[in-house]
Design a protein around this ligand. Structure first.
Ligand code: AMP
Ligand code: GLY
Length: 418
């Protein structure tokens, strides 16, 4: 089959790389793709959803896979489905789970799914009153999509009130901040839980852990994610069972009941507090860089798994008994600003390691770092430590001006398990 992948980051590169292993996959198309996806697919310069659907029809595309949240919240799935095209991802109505934090929190409360105590409002005096009832750090979030930047963790009530006021005025995040969610700070560890869903049923993927902060030791500013690994030993079988029965199953049931069945990947951002799983947020797509470590762990025919989910007939999934670690190499000024394009030189690729390219461009067959998160060095092995070592051995052989990466990916898991 021919497959169209919407997006152009490391996540979409990883999906493409994995799909290329399926014997039944003929052509891969990326819209827009990046400078490195050209090596195994065709990049398309199309943005309009109707034009993309027309391309899919004219080129025998049997399945479209959507990487990022934005086209999902804007209804790409609805447009493709209306034209009888198979597409893996949620409808705009179901994508609201990520598109609006207020919607998500109300959904969680209505369905009795554990989450941080919260208030969602557009009224500053109501918000201030709620803030006065909270102790310790306070989290203030813009309602709409802000490319991962709309969350402020305030150290005092005054700071929280100021953050809320700045959001409501439109100053910090424009329209996305005209409604805010204020919530209690949950002190625990985060995990990324992924389930492939067909609207009714789901299969879980290995539990991953991301590293959102820029610097070693989880310090510095928040980023889109500086590295990930899976499966995480921080999630044992009992915890996974609880997440499935107390969070994922009721989420699918609740979405179906309200007329927006969830098809695609449900990504539950969890905070584990004293052994209890709380939902921090839902995302309606694979995480990036989590996707880069999950793809090599999936056994069997991925195109069939995604196709079956897309058409409402979920099939089982088998997983490799392996661990994967992904280390993001970012450009010099990430996450503050863009950097000058820099030639990427790759030396020897150690056994068990590979690269997923993200923010790169291509010129005369050379790959250039063109900004943000440039690539992910992925190690896959029989133990987490071996996978980590393979990923870092590859990092040492990748050079470009201004390259930066964390040295401690998987530290929470490996601390006492080396
Ligand atoms: P979100 O976009 O809601 O996942 O928030 C981004 C990041 O902010 C999360 O990955 C957490 O690290 C942090 N965060 C969000 N909400 C909370 C909370 N209630 N307690 C502690 N940390 C939080
Ligand atoms: N890595 C977190 C995300 O994709 O939202």
């Amino acid at each position: 089959m021919n497959i169209l992948i919407i997006g152009g980051g490391g996540r979409e590169y990883a999906i493409g790389l994995r799909l290329r292993e399926d014997k039944n996959v003929l052509n891969l198309y990326f819209a827009p793709g990046n400078g490195a996806t050209k090596a195994f697919g065709k990049n398309l310069d199309l943005k309009d959803f109707n034009e993309l659907a027309l391309f899919a029809k004219n080129n025998d595309v049997a399945l479209t896979v959507v990487g990022a949240e934005e086209p999902l919240t804007k209804g790409i799935v609805d447009i493709f489905k209306a034209q009888g095209l198979a597409i893996f991802g949620p409808s705009a109505a179901a994508a609201k789970l990520e598109g609006s934090k207020a919607y998500m929190k109300d959904f969680l409360a209505r369905n009795h799914i554990k989450t941080a105590k919260f208030l969602s409002s557009d009224d500053l005096s109501e918000i201030s009153k709620f803030i006065d009832t909270l102790n310790g750090r306070i989290v203030v979030k813009a309602d709409g999509l802000c490319a991962g930047k709309g969350v402020i963790i305030a150290n005092s009530k005054d700071e929280a009130k100021k953050a809320a006021a700045d959001m409501l005025s439109g100053e910090s995040f424009g329209e996305a901040g005209k409604r805010v969610v204020v919530e209690e700070f949950l002190d625990g560890y985060e995990l990324s839980f992924f389930a492939i869903c067909d609207g009714e049923n789901f299969v879980s993927l290995p539990v991953a852990q991301d590293h959102k902060k820029l610097l070693d030791g989880d310090l510095g500013p928040n980023t889109g994610g500086m590295g990930a690994y899976a499966p995480s030993p921080l999630a044992d079988a009992a915890l996974i069972k609880r997440v499935e029965s107390e969070i994922v199953a009721p989420t699918l049931k609740g979405m179906k009941q309200q007329g927006a069945p969830f098809c695609g990947v449900l990504f539950v951002g969890l905070m584990i507090v004293g052994g209890e799983p709380y939902v921090l947020e839902y995302n309606v797509r694979f995480g990036d860089p989590e996707c880069e470590v999950l793809m090599p762990l999936i056994d069997g025919n991925l195109s069939e798994i995604l196709y079956n989910a897309a058409v409402g007939k979920l099939s089982s999934i088998s997983l490799k008994e392996r661990f994967a670690v992904g280390v993001v190499i970012a450009s010099e000024r990430y996450p503050y600003g863009s950097s000058q394009p820099a030639l990427i030189e790759v030396g020897e690729i150690p056994a068990g390691a590979h690269i997923c390219y993200a923010g790169v461009s291509e010129r005369e067959r050379q790959i250039y770092a063109s900004g943000g998160r440039v690539l992910v060095s992925v190690g896959v092995a029989q133990s987490l430590k071996q996978a980590r070592d393979a990923a870092y051995a590859l990092c040492e052989n990748i050079k470009f001006s201004g390259a930066q990466y964390r040295r401690d990916i998987a530290h929470q898991a490996l601390r006492d398990k080396i």
